[in-house]
Design a binder for this molecule. Structure first.
Ligand SMILES: C[S@@+](CC[C@H](N)C(=O)[O-])C[C@H]1O[C@@H](n2cnc3c(N)ncnc32)[C@H](O)[C@@H]1O
Length: 291
């Protein structure tokens, strides 16, 4: 197993973050030095052939260069490399835990533990884009209202299934998770089985633009900005009246374009909405509630 490390100038932060998000899931991680803000791009790959292929894939999108990459052998098993980056995290009564730390988890009274083994799928909450969605869902639905048990939920780009699993614990009635990647669907099914045995979640391999004409009380879409913009009209049409839409996967500098595209569609349908933007580091999420 090989570890590839490349130092990058801090000016590449947004570009590198964007590439990693678009090629996710991948075996790259980006670290930033707290003082200098300089970056290290680090990847763990099974062998030289795979490392070269992944470097080429990243380089194709990247305006800097990865020529100075250092390569070292590491002896940990490749299958478990992703486990180094996922640490438990908590928000208002929910703890998101790696499945492999289940035996050391403590049950704190009413707190709910959500267990995830992301494998190669995206979605542990370590990434700001997932965290923004999870926190927004908990803020809006955490104090259960009696009506939520009639609500349905759509998770677009479900990845590991983390947000659908959270939606189940929040009390949604019917939950639909879609992803265009079959591995994500298999991983979502596996993760829901780690948490409960229930039939109110359906995971389906589907691209967002092929969504059928159902409508939902709450939709969360953590995909990249260009996909959100292209599907703005579709997403608004999938919302029930008074529905909530949470858009994530948006770099701060893309927020204006995303917001313009969605506002244009809302205006064209004459829909009034409450809107709110929340941010973590260089990422933000936009929240819409139809009124
Ligand atoms: C950033 S991950 C989000 C995973 C999870 N929902 C979370 O918040 O952590 C984006 C997911 O969207 C999926 N995806 C990308 N484009 C898509 C599309 N056009 N239709 C459906 N899924 C898509 C990817 O396969 C990936 O699993």
């Amino acid at each position: 197993m090989l570890k590839i490390k490349v130092k990058l100038h801090k000016k590449f932060l947004l570009e590198a973050e964007n590439i990693l998000f678009e090629i996710a899931p991948s075996n790259w991680m980006l670290f930033s030095n707290r003082k200098t803000k300089d970056l290290v791009l680090e990847g763990i790959f099974a062998n030289k052939k795979e490392a070269d292929h992944e470097i080429m894939k990243f380089q194709k999108e990247f305006s800097g260069n990865l020529d100075d990459a250092s390569i070292s052998e590491i002896d940990k098993s490749w299958q478990n490399a992703y486990k180094f980056h996922f640490k438990p995290w908590k928000y208002k009564g929910f703890t998101f835990m790696p499945e492999w730390e289940r035996s050391s988890s403590i049950n704190n009274g009413d707190d709910i533990n959500i267990f995830i083994d992301p494998g190669m799928a995206f979605g542990t909450g370590t990434h700001e884009t997932t965290r923004l969605c999870a926190e927004s869902l908990i803020d809006n639905y955490g104090k259960k209202s009696s009506s939520i048990c009639d609500y349905n939920f759509l998770d677009i780009g479900c990845g590991s299934g983390i947000l659908s699993i959270l939606a189940h614990y929040l009390g949604f009635n019917q939950i639909h998770g879609i992803d265009n990647d079959e591995n994500a669907i298999q991983n979502s099914l596996y993760n829901s089985s780690l948490n409960f045995n229930c039939s109110n979640i359906k995971f389906e391999k589907l691209c967002v633009h092929s969504m059928r004409k159902s409508t939902y009380n709450c939709i969360v879409a953590n995909i990249q900005s260009d996909v959100l913009i292209k599907n703005a009209s579709k997403l608004i049409c999938l919302l029930k009246s008074n529905g909530i839409l949470i858009l994530s996967g948006i770099l701060n500098y893309e927020a204006e374009d995303v917001s313009k595209a969605f506002n244009k569609v809302l205006d064209s349908f004459n829909f009034a909405s409450k809107q709110n933007l929340s941010a973590k580091n260089e990422w933000c999420a936009i929240f819409y509630e139809l009124i």
